[in-house]
Design a protein around this ligand. Sequence first.
Ligand code: HEC
Ligand code: HEC
Length: 385
Amino acid sequence: MFKLDRKIIISASVALSVALFSVGCLDNETSPKVSNSTAKASIDGGVYYPIVKDKTGPYLVNPQSIGMKINNGRVPTANEILAWDKDIMPDGTGLPEGSGSVEDGEEIYEEQCIMCHGDFGSGGGGYPSLSKGNAQELQKTLTNNRWKDPDAEGPTRVFGSYWPYASTMWWYIRDGMPHTRSKTLSNDETYALSAYMLNINEMSIDGVEVDDEYVLDREKFLKIKMPNQNGFVPNIDGASGSEDVRKFYANPANFGGKKVKISQRCMKDCQKTTAKIRRIQNGGISSFNPPMSVAKDLPKKEASDMGFNVMKSYENNCLACHGAEGMGAPVVGDKDAWAEVMKKGLDAVHKNALEGINGMPAKGGASVSDGELKQLVDYMIEKSK
Ligand code: HEC
Ligand code: HEC
């Protein structure tokens, strides 16, 4: 199920970028001008391309505008542009009227979001978590991180603790989620889901806790203040303004980290310094996480991320069926169910999991080795004792 979803996601985003690309190319004013006669130099040194038999060079020309210009489609209508212009800004621009309750949000979430984002937005299986970022952990901002304490962990990268503006979340859900059927949610549903997001992130609006009874509307939405709103830029613009700023940027340690001993700008052999900033080399990208910049705000990579990780593999390959009732699979954590399974003896259970049994596909449909599959089975058994 997850595999299938991923494929759809990939093709959807390809389609989206293609669509964006072609709209981006449709600028009426900058399209090269084309005449019907022979090529001749234009004033700025460019060339007019002749159209012969609906072709210019090897390219077919859209017959809609023969003789006018080379076209990668057609000029979008004003309404088509409006349809793409759907930004929702922190000041409320673009945010429609509507309302929705936490209760409704939870219901929609359980129907349409939980299979990817997990219980209460816990994430997993490669899908981002939507909660877990405890808004109380305000001290962990990028600002403090880069400036005051370069070694501190950054804020958890989820909505509640990281995002500067809630409007982005509203827009993201309305426009992009649920991932495989985006743009199907109504405005009220989006308000309800947003309320639920605030609820699972334990947030308040205007001093009022977004509890289970809360009903969110546009007016209240615009009062949301995200904890990390000012966490992206150092607060150095205080009373003595420009002086502070100059002082701050005069010290490279403020943006390179205090352990980096660069007392002056590096003009030569910079990559040999102890600076943690590295340049991406050809072919070196995959070994580089994250690309560019100083990466203090990302969680540290655990040793167990290397090689086969039973827990991750379980989440990716087995959780979908074994995570909750309803799939006919013994639920991991359900002692009785697993005691029943284990009556067959471990060897038989391993064999059934390897070869499949009834609704259980061979190896659970996962691309893992036999040994890894056994580790997975043992993990599930261990979790269900
Ligand atoms: C088929 C799987 C799937 C479903 C269903 C789904 N999402 Fe997502 N969601 C994703 C993926 C994948 C991303 C990350 C997309 C990216 O980064 O490009 C994401 C990202 C998000 C984000 C942004 C998270 C962040 O911090 O970057 C929010 C908010 C979100 N989803 C909310 C929802 C809501 C609400 C629903 C239900 C209406 C939903 N999603 C349903 C897969 C899913
Ligand atoms: C498509 C759903 C699905 C997936 C994915 C799935 N399982 Fe299962 N699994 C089932 C069902 C259904 C059963 C119950 C089969 C029965 O006995 O009727 C089951 C049973 C099992 C059993 C008990 C076998 C027995 O002898 O009774 C084990 C062990 C098991 N699965 C391991 C795994 C592992 C490990 C993964 C991940 C690699 C996995 N499953 C992925 C559906 C699934």
